[in-house]
Design a protein around this ligand. Structure first.
Ligand SMILES: [Fe+2]
Ligand SMILES: [Fe+2]
Length: 389
């Protein structure tokens, strides 16, 4: 198994900085004004936010078996992968991520709880994009000699993710904070996934990313008065990057039909769909104030994104989840209630060892809900192969 070797001074991080900090000058004066505003976040150094604590619900960093990935025979679907590479090379968003004059103002009007939720949204999004950057960059580097076609696809996707993460990190600095991405690279734990799990997970996170961004964009297009910060205007072209990335993983999985067409594949796809949907739902409902601040109802927004992602995933996965089954959201709501109780216990004055006993039944209930959700009968879509889906 190959390990990620990425450090603060590594070529990955240097390249990232080159890609990202081109727009620095434009906002210097605004930054100076903004530094006067006090933040309520814990800071690593002045203006550098302590990364959010890692939990089961925070974005993960991944590593994989580079050796096995390099040995993959992609000949069955090479033409589609070549066509996708051509799209990546075209680099449609080369000039898209440039901060314009609308950013040049004070954002002190976004304050209190909304400000906190805004920074949290930017941080979570930035961490997720940066995690994609690290993984794709490393894959591009490791596969260079073994499979140049895949290597170039990964390198070009890492170019896109660097832009996305950098743009978000720069947005954080409008709120007087940013993330030290070098520190994040070194300090985070990396989850090892064998290649097929990387494909299921990254396909879904790219696809759900597409639906999240486009749904926010379309809503704000119709309700411009809710667009309280200019980053959302960039989401239309941005989500096209994510869509192209998910098309790449779709094509990659189709080049390895053995990971899509047996009972194990059906179980794993079920597991990944459920994990991705549940994580997003639990995260977003907990932060519904953020969605409210841009005129969205978090529950309606998430249900729409889940429905769309589920439906789209059915074009490649052998199953989709029965998200129409009322039990699906009922059980997720039980988890939300459990998590609220868990937070209340954590913030109470009860001694730690007693807290454990209070928390235990709630953890068990969450596990039970997840298990029951997993056993809701999924919808087979692979028998539709050959028909228009
Ligand atoms: Fe991205
Ligand atoms: Fe992406």
């Amino acid at each position: 198994m190959g390990k990620l070797q990425i450090g603060w001074r590594s070529p990955q991080v240097k390249l990232f900085h080159l890609a990202v900090f081109r727009s620095k000058k434009l906002n210097k004066s605004v930054d100076m004004v903004n530094t006067l505003k006090k933040n309520n976040f814990e800071e690593l150094r002045p203006g550098i936010k302590v990364p959010a604590q890692e939990t089961i619900l925070t974005p993960r960093f991944y590593t994989t078996d580079f050796e096995a990935m390099g040995k993959m025979d992609i000949s069955v679907n090479e033409d589609e992968l070549k066509a996708i590479l051509k799209e990546f090379r075209a680099d449609y968003n080369r000039h898209h991520f440039v901060r314009d004059r609308e950013f040049e103002q004070s954002w002190e009007n976004i304050d209190g709880e909304t400000r906190r939720l805004f920074v949290e949204f930017l941080e979570r999004s930035c961490t997720a994009e940066f995690s994609g950057f690290l993984l794709y960059k490393e894959l591009g580097r490791r596969l260079k000699d073994k499979n140049p076609l895949l290597a170039e696809c990964f390198t070009l996707m890492s170019r896109d993710e660097a832009r996305h993460a950098g743009f978000l990190n720069k947005a954080m600095s409008d709120f007087n904070l940013s993330l030290d991405l070098g520190f994040l690279t070194k300090s985070r734990k990396y989850t090892f996934f064998e290649p097929k799990f990387i494909f299921y997970a990254t396909y879904l996170s790219e696809k759900i990313g597409y639906w999240r961004y486009i749904t926010i964009y379309r809503h704000l297009e119709k309700n411009p008065e809710d667009c309280i910060y200019p980053i959302f205007r960039f989401f239309e072209n941005w989500c096209q990057d994510e869509n192209r990335h998910s098309d790449f993983f779709d094509a990659m999985m189709k080049s390895q039909p053995q990971i899509l067409n047996d009972w194990k594949a059906r179980l794993w796809c079920r597991f990944f769909l459920l994990s991705v949907f549940a994580t997003m739902y639990l995260n977003d409902i907990q932060r519904s104030g953020f969605y409210e601040s841009i005129g969205l109802n978090a529950r309606e927004y998430d249900k729409h994104v889940i429905e769309k992602t589920n439906e789209t995933a059915g074009r490649v996965f052998p199953i989709t989840l029965d998200v129409e089954n009322p039990e699906f959201y009922d059980r997720l709501e039980t988890c939300i209630e459990n998590n609220e109780k868990l937070r209340a216990i954590k913030n109470s004055n009860t001694p730690k060892f007693l807290q454990l006993f209070q928390k235990l039944p709630l953890y068990i209930s969450n596990g039970w809900q997840f298990l029951r959700l997993f056993f809701i009968k999924p919808i087979r879509v692979d028998n539709l192969e050959g028909t228009v889906r």
